[in-house]
Write a protein that binds this ligand. Sequence first.
Ligand SMILES: NC(=O)c1ccc[n+]([C@@H]2O[C@H](COP(=O)([O-])OP(=O)(O)OC[C@H]3O[C@@H](n4cnc5c(N)ncnc54)[C@H](O)[C@@H]3O)[C@@H](O)[C@H]2O)c1
Length: 324
Amino acid sequence: MLILNRKELEELLPMEEVLDVLAMGFREAKEGKCVVPVRFHLNVEEYQGQFLFMPALLSGLKQSGTKIVSVFPQNISKGKPTIYATYLLNDPVTGELLALMEGATLTGIRTGGASGLATRYLARKDSKILGIIGTGFQSFFQFRAIQVVRPIEEVWAYDLDSQRLESFCKRLSFLVKVYPASSPAEAVRESDILITSTTSKTPVFSGKDLRPGTHINAIGAFRPDMRETDDETILRSKIVVDTFEGCLSEAGDLLIPMSEGKLKRERIHGDLGDLVTGRKEGRHSEEEITLFKSVGFAMEDVVTAHLAYQKAIQQGKGERVEIS
Ligand SMILES: NC(=O)c1ccc[n+]([C@@H]2O[C@H](COP(=O)([O-])OP(=O)(O)OC[C@H]3O[C@@H](n4cnc5c(N)ncnc54)[C@H](O)[C@@H]3O)[C@@H](O)[C@H]2O)c1
């Protein structure tokens, strides 16, 4: 069995290649060659945390594996990351364990990749200004992926936590012009593309501040009682989801307005697989506001983990251990 750590995954997984394998995975899923049960949530009420169990099998590509993720938002106050994760990659022919990988980096890279892929189809081609609300762990991967698909020249970032905002801006300042916004509204009004990557349960900006033509990637809220976008944003946007199954069981951004009769299921334009396979059109006009809502899809993990594994074997990276 091969063990791949955070640094090795970063080296093995350039975002361009991740976008390619994700596109391939979304095509396989559309063709029904992907088995991904809705993930199992195990709540840890006393610490406001959750474990998520995410298995996936891609029969055509002969890939399978499981991610075990913990999401503990209170960890910030302990100086620890919100998310810890481990990925177990198995051979679907024999069942044997091929690799164990650090799953938080894998998650960051594949979540960025999914936003990048959606942005390729949904953002205006001339998008240059990126807004980011929530500058935690995911945000840097989101930036990297958007940069691959659009020529980003400026970033406007906002976070409730001024220290996190400052360190994010410092990290980005070596790569691009970056401005700390004094409010979410300031970041939103500047943006061609907006990312929300927060742990908030309530909307993090007002849809009234969106300029026509903006594309939004809302990646944060992952439970029916959590949302980052308000009704105005939902009602003004063409909505694309990572998967219908996941978003219609977990995404409060959609489920809350649906339960209040403000959003109908038919108003959701399609899923990312529809865009990648050309079954549905992406952006239609320069003025349209588009929204990609993701909650995560275990297919994304397995194709990304498999890419890392193959490249690690080719390049002789990782640590080999025997546990049986
Ligand atoms: N869609 C997916 O596939 C996917 C994958 C991984 C993580 N996530 C989700 O993305 C979210 C962010 O993850 P992370 O690892 O970056 O978490 P994190 O805790 O590292 O960062 C979250 C940041 O959001 C900020 N924040 C919270 N509420 C805010 C508000 N109202 N306005 C501005 N900033 C606010 C916090 O201060 C923090 O800096 C989590 O909810 C996580 O579950 C989604």
